[in-house]
Design a protein. Structure first.
Length: 488
């Protein structure tokens, strides 16, 4: 008897780890500046290195900060700072063949005065998904067994694959008041549409920038800019229905020269799709002599369904803290999204969290102040019985109103990946069988409803064709009232 085998790679979810990491760091002020008040902080998290070991996952990176502040003499200025971090998420793991997927976000980011400088207090939330990629061997066919009966099953494996990537530079020129300076530039990128062409995927998108300008009189103002762009990403292989383009803004700079403002953005666009492999494997088999048994195995594999792209606008009240003066004019705001939970729900996955909205405003006396409030959000990501891995989240806010109650409007952008956890059943080996009884005779057998011709034939070591010959009107599925004639 000959046994044929095939092998395939299967991704499984090995472990999910999460920890919150406090970050405390001294932030030196630029030379010649005194410690005043910090109006706003725009953070950018970069995880630069991930190392897997038997004791856990070690992550290191940098929290880059852009701050707008006032000196003690109420002079506005902005500067960049950074805080390094290294953290070990303790876990007993087998590092070989594990693929980490990392999502990091800030749950808190604030600065306060300390001696002649500032001190950063932040809370970093780290989520790590460990995917195990393993090679699985399965029996595909048996040859040469007497009276062989077999059942096969189709296995479909869908895995994530990068099909194309491109770096795109976006340029824009706008008019501003002569003498204005850019204190801060923050942005994100959206893919608005895409279509397949002979050269790849043609796309149209926009960079949404929020600039904070300081005019010649020393006044702050916010300048929103939408810069469209179009390009084509070459593909390696065809795009499937579950494939999509994703884009990330790697850098955004803005500078003024006279009455002109020059905006430069660096974008990386990636085309992700699912590679699908199909094969037929042996599910179960028997022979007349009962010389072997099929050892069946079942694993739960992750099947890639495609990216999850979600945009939604949420609104909520932003009350001014009681110890602060009333708002006479809102100058600008900054938003930091924080995802608190991803849970299964009816119709999909429920994503919940809060957006930390920092509002900078002028009070009646003309002084500048800022405070941070929360706007909660809840998004339903469609897809029943799926696993969503978040990859990034961004938010832009618009704050309106005066007095003690403001209204926040936040544009949320969420990007993740969606997987289905599917059982994969197969025969991985053959074991020695007990053999079948050699007794002869006639038997009337009453099968259970969940049985079929294959299981009955396997029980008694009779080919299905012989059962059909003896029971001409027998049909599947069984209802529980059948009586099967068996002659050996």
């Amino acid at each position: 008897m000959d046994v044929e085998k095939v092998s395939f790679n299967l991704d499984t979810l090995y472990a999910r780890l999460e920890e919150q990491v406090p970050i405390e760091s001294a932030i030196p002020l630029p030379q010649g500046r005194t410690a005043g008040s910090v109006l706003s902080i725009t953070p950018q998290l970069q995880i630069r290195e991930v190392r897997l070991g038997e004791t856990g996952v070690r992550l290191s990176g940098q929290l880059q900060l852009h701050l707008i502040a006032e000196t003690g003499e109420r002079v506005l200025f902005s500067f960049d700072a950074a805080a390094e971090f290294t953290h070990l998420i303790s876990a007993r793991i087998r590092p070989e063949c594990l693929q980490p997927r990392i999502f990091g976000q800030l749950l808190k980011c604030a600065c306060h005065r300390e001696d002649d400088g500032l001190r950063l207090s932040a809370v970093l939330d780290l989520k790590v998904w460990l995917l195990l990629s393993q090679e699985v061997g399965a029996v595909s066919a048996i040859r040469g067994a007497m009276g062989l009966e077999s059942r096969e099953e189709a296995i479909v494996i869908r895995r994530r694959s990068l099909q194309g990537a491109k770096a795109i530079q976006v340029r824009d020129e706008l008019g501003v008041e002569a003498g204005a300076n850019v204190l801060e530039s923050k942005g994100t990128v959206r893919i608005l549409s895409s279509r397949q062409t002979g050269e790849g995927m043609a796309l149209e998108g926009e960079v949404f920038s929020s600039l904070v300008l300081l005019d010649p009189e020393g006044r702050l103002q916010e300048m929103p800019v939408r810069t469209p762009f179009a390009d084509t990403v070459k593909l390696e292989g065809p795009m499937g229905e579950e494939s999509a383009l994703t884009a990330e803004l790697n850098g955004l700079t803005a500078r003024t020269d006279g009455e002109a403002l020059f905006l430069n953005g660096d974008i990386s666009v990636s085309a992700y799709g699912g590679t699908e492999s199909r094969m037929r494997v042996l599910f179960d088999a028997y022979d007349e002599g009962g010389t072997f048994l099929c050892h069946r195995e079942e694993k739960t594999g992750l099947m890639y369904l495609g990216p999850v792209l979600k945009e939604e606008t949420v609104e909520g009240p932003l009350p001014v803290p009681n110890h602060m003066p009333e708002v006479q004019q809102v100058l600008y705001s900054r938003a930091l999204p924080a995802i608190t939970s991803l849970d299964p729900a009816e119709g999909g996955t429920l994503l919940e969290g809060v957006v930390l909205v920092t509002t900078v405003y002028r009070c009646d006396s003309g002084l500048l102040h800022s405070f941070t409030g929360e706007v909660p959000f809840s998004l339903l990501l469609p897809g029943q019985d799926t696993l969503v891995l978040p990859l990034s989240a961004a938010a832009f806010s618009t704050v309106t109103g005066r007095g003690r109650m403001l209204q926040g409007r936040v544009e949320l952008l969420f990007w993740g990946e969606q997987y289905a956890q599917s059982p994969i059943r197969y025969t991985d080996d053959l074991l020695a069988g007990p053999g079948t009884t050699q007794s002869r005779g006639i038997l009337i057998y009453a099968p259970d409803p969940e049985e079929n011709l294959f299981t009955v034939g396997k029980r008694f070591g009779i080919p299905q064709s012989r059962l059909k010959e003896l029971n001409g009107e027998l049909a599947e599925p069984f209802c529980g009232k059948e009586r099967i004639l068996i002659i050996k």
